[in-house]
Design a protein around this ligand. Structure first.
Ligand code: MN
Length: 274
């Protein structure tokens, strides 16, 4: 039997055997199809968590489900807004129910340990609601054993790495949209998909401390970038990616009592930023 990490590349019989014999951890990446400036692709929020999930799964012996590749509506102050061409979003109710349904299906197979690996700022409470509804319905059906960890991978950035990646000051995660962090990680993972000559070079976009509906695109970022990615590099991307994979692998090993499969995973003790 070939040992795969990606569930959609397994046969149902191999998958079934692993679920029944290994009590495996299943990681569900969640992203978006959303503009990420003129320089990084629409799938950035899905490509990055899927790559992190796959690398972490290889370390700890987990499996990775196909990602939810669409997210909740992009908001002006965290993603540039939902008016851009290409940005393709779900109603909150749809995302809640997709999350709930996928968790309940894995539970039906016998999976009892799951991770929801979120990458898109606007998804968070809808994922939490989907997780909560799934657990409530599973409990009502007599399944008390499902445990789920929800991760936003960027929260695993250490203070030391923050200083290296953002030497001129950190704009904050909400404004880090198509900025230095995501662009650097994409340069590390897929340099062929990044066009650094198109990076907008402007100060962080200024928003008032409130939201206006309907949103007025004229008050936001015309490029879709909220803080310039001019300082991005593949070297920074490798540092960030490796730190995320190591920190998340360690956290999963602790939460799910998994045996880390590599010395690096066992040795990693990266500081977790809260
Ligand atoms: Mn996003």
């Amino acid at each position: 039997m070939t040992r795969h990490v990606l569930i959609d590349q397994m046969t149902w019989t191999d998958y079934d055997e692993r679920v029944r014999t290994e009590n495996p951890l299943v990681i569900l990446p969640v992203g978006s199809l959303e503009q990420h400036g003129p320089h990084t692709p629409l799938g950035t929020d899905t490509i990055i968590p899927t790559a992190i999930s796959t690398a972490a799964a290889e370390r700890v012996g987990a499996m990775v489900a196909p990602p939810i590749a669409y997210g909740y509506k992009s908001q002006a102050r965290t993603g540039g807004g939902n008016h851009f061409a290409g940005t393709t979003s779900l109603d909150g109710e749809t995302l809640i129910h997709m999350t709930r349904d996928i968790i309940k299906e894995f539970a039906r197979h016998g999976v009892r340990n799951m991770v929801v690996m979120d990458s898109h700022y606007e998804n968070e409470m809808f994922l939490i609601e989907g997780i909560d509804l799934a657990l409530r319905e599973l409990r009502a059906d007599g399944n008390e054993d499902m445990k789920i960890v929800k991760i936003r991978y960027f929260e695993f950035t250490s203070d030391e790495t923050m200083g290296i990646v953002f030497p001129n000051g950190f704009p904050g995660w909400p404004l880090e949209h198509a900025g230095v962090m995501t662009t650097s990680v994409m340069l590390h993972l897929h340099p062929e998909l990044v066009q650094m000559d198109r990076v907008p070079d402007h100060p962080p976009v200024q928003y008032p401390p409130y939201d206006v509906f309907p949103a007025d695109p004229a008050t936001g970022s015309p490029s879709g970038v909220l803080a310039s990615a001019r300082g991005a590099s593949a070297e920074k991307g490798k540092r960030l990616f490796d730190e995320y994979v190591a920190g998340i692998s360690k956290a999963l090993s602790v939460e799910f009592k998994l045996g880390a499969r590599t010395p690096e995973a066992r040795a990693s003790t990266g500081t977790v930023r809260q």
